[in-house]
Structure formats: structure tokens, C-alpha cells
Design a protein around this ligand. Sequence first.
Ligand SMILES: [Zn+2]
Length: 219
Amino acid sequence: MFNVDRPEAAPASLHTRKKYDGQDVYDALDEVFFSKCYLCETKEPHDINVEHFDAHLGDLNKKFDWNNLYFVCSRCNNIKGAVNNNLIDCCDEGQDVFRAIKHLPPVTPYAKSVQVVAMYDDDKTIETQELLDKIFNSEHTVNKKISGSFLRRKVFGQYNLLLDQINDYYSPVATQEDKVRAVEKIQVLINRSSPYSAFIRWCILGDEELNPLLVDLMN
Ligand SMILES: [Zn+2]
């Protein structure tokens, strides 16, 4: 997960209380969520929904509340449903959602699972970890099993981009220039706007040489 800075002003169409997912809402969410699903971090998924973080269950205040609208891919939305209503909040600036859940990338493209670990033992962190584990590792249905495998391959692809830079940085023949360039590219990969940034950031957090160089950029 990644933190999101939501602007205070709600898109105009919400004031009319006719539609919660109008074009202006969609565009505003697309920008602040970096075109990513807030749960799986897939960028520009083929199907993205505006969802209610706190299920509205007919409550119009919740239904049209700008602060309750999130950007989520249809697969995650489908897995979450109205069941998970007590999650850590990526739009809460007091909550470091990336450090709350450890994400470890698949080590091969066809790895059967990835590790998603709760770093705290409060209810919200545990529930979020359980949901993310389902999202990345679910084999509940044939369809979810296939789409989970596809998702893990995409995470691996991003991890592989990181490995290229790690190899360049730690190459025995790397020049200072090579190292600087590798760190610059890793900065792109750990940026909140990049796909699967939580997986990539946790790799850097665990590296004794790269972490001090990059930790301040993992806000
Ligand atoms: Zn998703």
C-alpha cells in the first residue's frame, strides 16, 4: 500500500448528490492515486472503480462523502466487497501504510505466493493484511487463482526491474557513475506513483547499503 494526499476540496459533482462516480471524481481520484488501485497497486488496471472505503449501506452522507471515495481495481473491489470495513487508511496522513504491512516480492515469475506480513497487531492492520493476502494469494475460485497468478507475475516484472538496478549498483566493475545512475533509477521504482511500490520499498528497507541512501524518499 501507499499513502495518498487527498485534496480537501471535493469535486463539484458530489455536491449534487446524484452520482458519486462522475467524471470529475474519477479524474481527481486518478490523479491523487497515481492511476493505481490502492490495494494491489496495479497501475492503470483495465477496469477501475470508485469505491466506498466505509461501505455506505444506503447512508447518503457516506455515499457522497469525498473522503470516503477510493480508487480500486475491479478484482480487489470484488474480493473486498462490503466485508472488509475496518482497514488501515492510505488517506490518513498520520498512518504510514507502507510500513504497516510488509510485502515481499515473488522470487520467480510463477511463484505460488508472495509474503504479506502485518507489522502491528491492531485490528485494522490484521484485517488489511488478511485482505491483501487474499488479493495476492487467493485460490478461492479458479478465476481468482488465475488472476492471482497474473498479478504476481506483474509484481515480479517490477521486482525484476529493481534487480537490474541492484546488479548494476553492486557489479564488481561498477563505476561511481554507474552507481549514481542505478540509485536514480531505484528512486523511480520506490516512488509512491510506481506500480507495486510497497514490494520494491521493502526490498530496499532490508538492504544495509541502499536503505540509508533511499530511506528518506520512502515517505
Ligand atoms: Zn487492485
